[in-house]
Design a protein around this ligand. Structure first.
Ligand code: HDD
Length: 727
């Protein structure tokens, strides 16, 4: 990347960065050496017997170089292979002693170092960032009491209720085994075959078909711990908790057509956005939210707190914002940090504990197990990015790639030869002690009947969406099921959708050219209670008491800022410099990022003889990389652009993707050449939906204000009603 390496990169040092320092290498001003530290005198030629002769086996320099190269790859993650990460810090606002004794949630002075990795789930390491998919949101907090990981997603629920089904779910969504098609996509038969037989997935299906699955930026999505966890205070009293991460930039997404386009033009779109934002000092921020449920209210809900396909509506239990996470430093090395970081739901610290959520329980096994194969042995906790800042002392020894040199004769406990060290810690010395939950039960392989309502919250989610959001879900389902070749699978899905919302099912069915089947009389359900009774299942399918939950819709998200939004200025020779400069200034003072796009790279000569440096042309830039477009004035520039099909296409596409567009009055001829030319706000337009977010005005200062407000709105979805011309 051509970005200058600004000082922001190295300025932000925390305890973890200090901890990484001894392992951080920089070859600046140094000699090239072998791994044994021998200086290399010729890195161009292998050792040969004669300059045209065979290479010699004794060439230790060649052998070492090639051998290391041959072994460079490790297995990618079995899920969440594609990811991007950053360092940062977390600070709690006020002590949470009432709920938890965890030190990092009580000490308002300490900045806890964090490493956060975002990911898609289904695609492989090199797949597109813009796949329609759940996003992983994994946070490692290097607390003084040990590492605490919140290994969450950008959606608050999951597809399945029991870890027993996880390998099936992933096998179904991954590329099909016979032909390895499709990459990073759920739009294929095996995924929907599985889903159509798993009614418990319907709530998550609503989320993953919504715009949440195509975020505008990793910096503009929520995070959720998904499961219900426990907090435990100093007195050993416990309460239940759901963890949330709330982005300070709001929750925003792109349009599906945009996502498809970005996937081709810049598959690293999210990775680049995160990297560039941090590099330029626009540090992404989230607030940690907690929903606290007292122990006594465990059974107070219509759903089971242990069921990971359910959320607690924020209207019922408000999210308390208790601290702030700031990402302020890019990793130095992708492989060493982002690839080798090993998260684990089981990494908890005193004051935090698990619940019996059967999905979580299975995860407690899976994460260590997967690191053993992925990172090659039991010492992966010693890899710099994984080691805690808290000291580690125990009697675990040896294994592949052991780094620690444990001194002394003793590696067992109890011992007298080592003076009994290292000691067990009492609870008041910070020793972890599991919450003493009472359990008196039969050993059974069964699903609790309290897990059997699969539709109420799917309905709640759908009903809570704005009209454009609902339409996007319908479009997504038409797309996904339209790619399914087996009619019976489509039919089963329509049956399930009809149990969420009849109109939703009808609209999807219309797109598929199929009738909506009657709702199935018996659930096609592996989750039927062990006694097999369908009545028991039906009896717990209740309408949710809550008709809508505003928090589930993105429509009401934060829309008061244009910070970090990208705005394209379309320019050519003869552009009016004053309009460029004054609009740029106005946008940048709101925190937006401006880029000039011209028919070619190099310099554009403005009307007043100044020149603008052009870093993006219509060939290398595209409207899908921007949140808004501005066309400055200048008759000559406008004439060139109006005769430039790529400029017209740029505007058409931005319009189609419902983005704010502003233009100087003399840019009217260019806008007239677009398909929305007829909708230009000139006082005569009857269709307000078509002119929403469209501004044309001679006075740049007067134009800037409504344009800025419009960019903050993010998208004018009402334009989708028009759909006259595909961009
Ligand atoms: Fe998982 C990775 C999130 C259920 C097994 N998971 C992984 C990552 C995230 C999640 C964000 C990537 C971490 C990183 O960036 O390195 N997983 C979730 C959430 C789940 C969930 C929010 C449900 C609430 N996962 C889940 C189940 C199992 C796994 C039920 C197995 C029983 N997950 C894994 C894994 C991975 C993983 C195979 C692959 C790579 C890794 O762990 O380190 O162990």
């Amino acid at each position: 990347m051509a970005l200058p390496r600004k000082e922001t990169r190295n300025k932000n040092i925390n305890k973890k960065i200090e901890n990484l320092k001894p392992d951080t290498e920089d070859g600046k001003d140094e000699f090239l050496t072998t791994n044994q530290g021998v200086r290399i005198n010729d890195n161009q030629n292998s050792l040969k017997s004669g300059d045209r002769g065979p290479s010699l086996l004794e060439d230790f320099i060649l052998r070492e170089k090639i051998t290391h190269f041959d072994h460079e790859r490790i297995p990618e993650r079995v899920v969440h292979a594609r990811g991007s990460a950053a360092h940062g810090v977390f600070k709690v606002y006020k002590p949470l002693a009432q709920f938890t004794k965890a030190k990092f949630l009580n000490d308002t002075k300490t900045e806890t170092p964090v490493f956060v990795r975002f990911s898609t789930v289904a695609g492989s390491r090199g797949s597109s960032d813009l796949a329609r998919d759940v996003r992983g949101f994994a946070v490692k907090l290097y607390t003084e009491e040990g590492n605490f990981d919140i290994v969450g997603n950008n959606m608050p629920v999951f597809f399945i209720q029991d870890a027993m089904k996880f390998p099936d779910l992933i096998h179904a969504v991954k590329p099909e085994p016979h032909n390895e098609i499709p990459q990073a996509a759920s739009a294929h038969d095996t995924f929907w075959d599985f889903i159509s037989l798993m009614p418990e997935a319907m709530h998550m299906v609503m989320w993953v078909m919504s715009d949440r699955a195509i975020p505008r930026s990793l910096r503009m999505m929520e995070g959720f711990g998904v499961h219900t966890f426990r907090l435990v205070n100093d007195e050993g009293k416990s309460c239940f908790v759901k963890f949330h991460w709330k982005p300070l930039l709001g929750v925003h997404s792109v349009a599906w057509d945009e996502a498809l386009n970005i996937s081709g033009r810049d598959p690293d779109f999210h990775r680049r956005d995160l990297y560039e934002a941090i590099e330029s000092g626009n540090f992404p921020e989230w607030e940690l939210g907690v929903q606290i449920v007292p122990e006594k209210d465990e059974h107070a809900f219509e759903f089971d707190l242990l069921d990971p396909t359910k959320l607690i509506p924020e209207e019922i239990v408000p999210v308390q914002r208790v601290g702030k996470l700031t990402l302020n430093r890019n990793p130095d090395n992708f492989f060493s940090e982002t690839e080798q970081v090993a998260f684990h739901v089981g990494n908890i610290v005193p004051g935090i504990d698990f619940t019996n959520d059967p999905l979580m329980q299975g995860r407690l096994f899976s994460y260590t197990d997967t690191q053993l194969i992925r990172l090659g042995g039991p010492n992966f906790h010693e890899i710099p990015i994984n080691r805690p800042v808290a000291p580690v002392h125990n009697n675990q020894r040896d294994g592949f790639m052991r780094q620690t040199i444990n001194k002394g004769q003793v590696s067992y406990e109890p011992n007298s030869l080592g003076g009994g060290c290292p000691f067990q810690a009492k609870m008041d010395q910070g020793g972890f002690s599991s919450f003493a939950q009472r359990i008196d039960a039969k050993k059974v392989r069964e699903r609790s009947s309290s897990f059997m309502d699969h539709f109420s919250q799917a309905k709640l989610f759908f009903n809570s969406q704005s009209e454009p959001e609902k339409n996007h879900i319908i479009d997504a389902l038409r797309f996904e099921l339209g790619k399914v070749e087996t009619l019976a699978i489509r039919q089963r899905m329509l049956g399930l959708l009809s149990q969420v919302d009849r109109d939703l099912a009808q609209q999807v069915a219309t797109g598929l050219g199929m009738p909506v089947p009657k709702a199935p009389e018996k659930p096609m359900n592996h989750s039927v209670p062990a006694d097999g009774s369908p009545n028991r299942y039906k009896s717990v399918v209740k309408e949710s008491g809550l008709p809508v939950s505003q928090a589930l819709s993105m429509a009401g998200t934060i829309k008061n800022s244009i910070a970090t939004r990208k705005v394209a200025f379309l320019v050519a020779d003869g552009v009016d410099a004053a309009t460029v400069t004054s609009m740029k200034k106005a946008l940048e003072s709101g925190g937006a990022v401006v880029e000039l796009i011209a028919p070619r790279l190099g310099e554009v000569n403005a009307s007043n003889k100044t020149a603008f440096n052009i870093k993006k042309s219509f060939l290398t830039g595209a409207s899908v990389f921007y949140d808004a477009v501005y066309v400055p004035g200048g008759a000559v520039s406008i004439k060139t652009l109006a005769g430039e099909p790529d400029a017209v296409h740029f505007l058409n596409e931005a319009y189609k993707h419902c983005k704010a567009i502003a233009a100087s009055e003399d840019a009217r001829p260019l806008l007239k050449a677009t398909y929305f030319g007829a909708a230009l706000p000139d006082g005569k337009s009857k269709d307000s939906a078509s002119s929403a977010g469209l501004f044309i005005q001679a006075d740049t200062a007067r134009l800037a204000k409504p344009f800025i407000d419009a960019i903050a709105q993010h998208r004018f979805w009402e334009r989708e009603k028009i759909r006259k011309v595909p961009a």
